[in-house]
Design a binder for this molecule. Sequence first.
Ligand code: NAD
Ligand code: UDP
Length: 323
Amino acid sequence: MQSVLVSGGAGFIGYHLCKLLLEKIFEVYCVDNFLTGSQENIASLSKNSHFHFIEKDVTEREVCNVFEAISFSAVFHLASPASPNKKSPRSYIAYPIETLLVNSIGTQNMLEIAKKHKSKFLFTSSSEVYGDPAITPQKEDYFGNVNPNGVRSVYDEAKRFGEAITMAYVRKFNMDCRIVRIFNTYGPNMQKDDGRVVSNFINQALENKDITIYGDGMQTRSFCYVDDMVLGLTKALFIDKSKGEVINLGNPDKRTIAELATIIKDLTMSQSKIIYESLPEDDPKERKPDIKKAQSLLGWQPNMALNDGLRKTIVYFRQIRQT
Ligand code: NAD
Ligand code: UDP
């Protein structure tokens, strides 16, 4: 059985990735320090005897020694706070230094582990490297429009550094690495308080509290269901021709935030009022992935329609309210 290492498996996407890898009969090792992830995700994965958890901060150099004896065929580096919402205790605004370090030093440590074992390596970058994009849809060869020192820079610039060091290891050591730029992903097991728009709107709607649109709600995002995303991540890693490539993964079905609020209110049959609050600094006005490269290189495209994925996510949030 092949062994794989996943950093960030206590988090939202990492949890689903570990679950899929276990289904595909891998021996899965996960490293996480619970900065923004949850014990419940690890408890659920630990029911499978092929899952192994190590609680550790991947920015500590010692993490490389922990795994010395295990020969990994693949390393997925997902560890990083990911929510931009300053009202959330789990956001990268709450953890600015940690976010910079996990995507820089943390990425180098994970690359060193992969180098030692000659493993394949995947870095999860973000659509945030495009900043507030001046072109749409965003294609991998677009360099972006990023504020290098604004509030979001701790994440945007950290992801850009993570991309740069990943490519440096490809060029200098001929390593088998790829970079995936993930666009807004949602689904069950998002943290209730992580502050991202889908979890916020669903929880507000289920509690009949005001649904908070930031700005005028005309900004757009494209939402990808998590099962589609983790399938894309495994394809991106295991297909050989992806070595050294940068690949967008996301759902090109672009919606305004106002439209998302109305859909969620309708699906939950909520009595909530929709209200408007101020728009956070440097909030991108537009986001839509160009996924032609993922389609041609990986034979991947998302399948879950937004309303169907939201229904599944609503079921999850209803369930956790009752437990
Ligand atoms: P998440 O916050 O739910 O999960 C991140 C996990 O990383 C958490 O379990 C956290 O505890 C762990 N972590 C953070 N710092 C760590 C450290 N120093 N050492 C060990 N573990 C650490 O976030 P997510 O939504 O699952 O995102 C996963 C990855 O995908 C991140 O790299 C994120 O930047 C990227 N991404 C996500 C989205 C999205 O829409 N969810 C979009 C773009 C990119
Ligand atoms: N947003 C909102 N209300 C909320 C949370 C977010 O209107 O309660 C908006 C946010 O300002 C942004 C979009 O929804 O324009 C997506 O935000 P999210 O935090 O999910 O991630 P982003 O795509 O900005 O990284």
